[in-house]
Design a protein around this ligand. Structure first.
Ligand code: NAD
Length: 427
């Protein structure tokens, strides 16, 4: 999939751009990543040898502000994937109205094979290579797959050591004690949850009668499952990279999270206080999870999991894309024909970058907000973005994904127009 991912992302922009009624300059500008830096990262391993890893950072577009986007550690990371993810960040930041462009980074590595100290040395090597490419006013990284708050803390520390300044705004998703924001830890899942609550109110759902399957039980997947479960939704399936579990009776999300913390595996546990017992369940594969007949399917792991190979077997009535790019562009029309409502990634997982933005604002001001303040501001932004997209979708009879891209492109159009477009210069 990764080889096609950038082409797929570009095709989607072209297709939707042709309906968005925006200047051609906007679509052209979205075809071309501004700059991507590739670097070899030498790392001293615990056995004394030196191993070289490849790291990437893409500053895709800065029309609306400094570029912003996470750093991923995964064996499949490559330049095309980083650029596609950076393009999606460009769209996402515009949708939620943040003063940011889009960026992304990654290292091609199986982080599970490295010790904690090797990961620290790798993370610091990445910042040494990228120190002149990133910065609080140029390009601001954050966590993504297999990176977390501790890694962001190491990266900030390395940047500040190189630059000899305090610069907490160079990176977001940091530990609270190092300038992180309250509410950043669950922001991605909470943003998706807030979108689902909007669908709930539009469709008058009773959460007790709604079934949910979640693929990926990391930062995004766990928190959205937890918040939905707390509201009474029936979480019938959960998986991670090793496979999944299913029960029509639903799972207790906190118990499964506790088990995963202790054993690093998804186990069908129900815990009361410190006593846990195994509950009835079926073991399922990640492929089976995607094809379950559920009300809400939440892909929250990797891109390219719904393709021409399995799209005809998808039975979910609604799909909420917590992962970036789980549905490939070439099957968008099939999903739409099947009548499935998709809350697209660029909206569904925008809660993460929104609270990252709050963190950056707090770092710049040296003034920190309470958790209710963060939650209220996040809810306002997510609900406004959802409603704008919903209305475009209804009024212009397009899918929510198309509506989301149209909203972003119309915002770019205003900024591009302010500089002067082809029509302006040729008249
Ligand atoms: P994470 O590293 O915290 O968790 C990833 C989860 O996916 C883990 O449970 C892992 O076991 C599982 N996984 C990995 N490979 C899998 C596979 N092949 N099949 C099924 N599960 C698999 O990552 P995260 O931060 O939760 O990110 C997940 C997705 O959400 C990514 O697409 C990421 O780009 C997107 N996202 C994350 C954030 C954020 O703030 N963390 C923000 C926006 C979007």
């Amino acid at each position: 999939m990764s080889d096609h991912i950038f082409k797929d992302a570009i095709e989607r922009v072209k297709r939707i751009g042709s309906q968005a009624n925006v200047s051609l300059d906007v679509i052209d500008s979205l075809m071309h990543p501004h700059a991507t830096l590739t670097a070899s990262l030498p790392v001293r391993m615990d056995d004394g040898s030196t191993q070289y890893f490849t790291g990437y950072r893409c500053r895709y577009n800065n029309l609306l502000g400094p570029s912003k986007g996470g750093i991923r550690y995964h064996p499949d990371v490559n330049r095309q994937e980083v650029e596609a993810l950076a393009l999606w960040m460009t769209i996402k930041c515009a949708i939620v109205g943040l003063p940011y462009g889009g960026g992304k980074g990654g290292i091609t590595v199986d982080a599970k094979q490295l010790s904690a100290m090797e990961i620290e040395r790798l993370s610091r090597a990445y910042v040494r290579a990228m120190a002149d490419f990133i910065g609080p006013d140029t390009d601001i990284p954050a966590p993504d797959v297999y990176t977390n708050a501790r890694i962001m803390g190491w990266m900030m520390d390395e940047y500040e050591t190189i630059k000899r300044v305090k610069a907490p705004g160079v990176i977001t998703g940091k530990p609270i004690s190092l300038g992180g924001s309250l509410g950043r830890d669950d922001a991605t899942g909470r943003g998706a949850y807030l979108c689902i609550k909007q669908l709930e109110s539009i469709n008058h759902w009773d959460p007790k009668n709604k079934t949910v399957a979640v693929q990926g039980f990391g930062n995004g997947g766990y928190h959205v499952a937890r918040l939905l479960h707390d509201d009474g939704y029936n979480i019938v399936a959960i998986s991670d990279s090793q496979g999944g579990i299913y029960s029509h009776k639903g799972f207790d999300v906190e118990s499964i999270y506790k088990g995963k913390q202790e054993t690093n595996r998804i186990t069908a546990l129900y815990c009361k206080h410190s006593v846990c017992e195994l509950v009835d369940h079926d073991v399922i594969t990640n492929e089976q999870l995607l094809e379950l007949d559920v009300d809400i399917l939440i892909p929250a792991a990797l891109d390219g999991v719904i393709t021409s190979k399995n799209v005809n077997n998808i039975q979910a009535k609604n799909i909420v894309e917590v992962a970036n790019g789980p549905i490939v562009g070439e099957v968008d029309h099939i999903i739409q024909q099947k009548g499935i409502t998709v809350i697209p990634d660029v909206l569904a997982n925008a809660g993460g970058v929104t609270v990252s933005y709050f963190e950056w604002v707090q770092n710049k001001n040296g003034y920190y907000w309470s958790l209710p303040e963060v939650h209220n501001k996040l809810a306002t932004i997510m609900e406004d973005a959802f409603n704008e997209i919903w209305h475009i979708s209804i009024n212009e009879k397009v899918s929510m994904r198309d509506a989301a891209y149209m909203l972003a492109m119309r915002r770019f159009d205003k900024a591009v127009n302010a500089h002067g477009t082809q029509q302006y210069f040729s008249n």
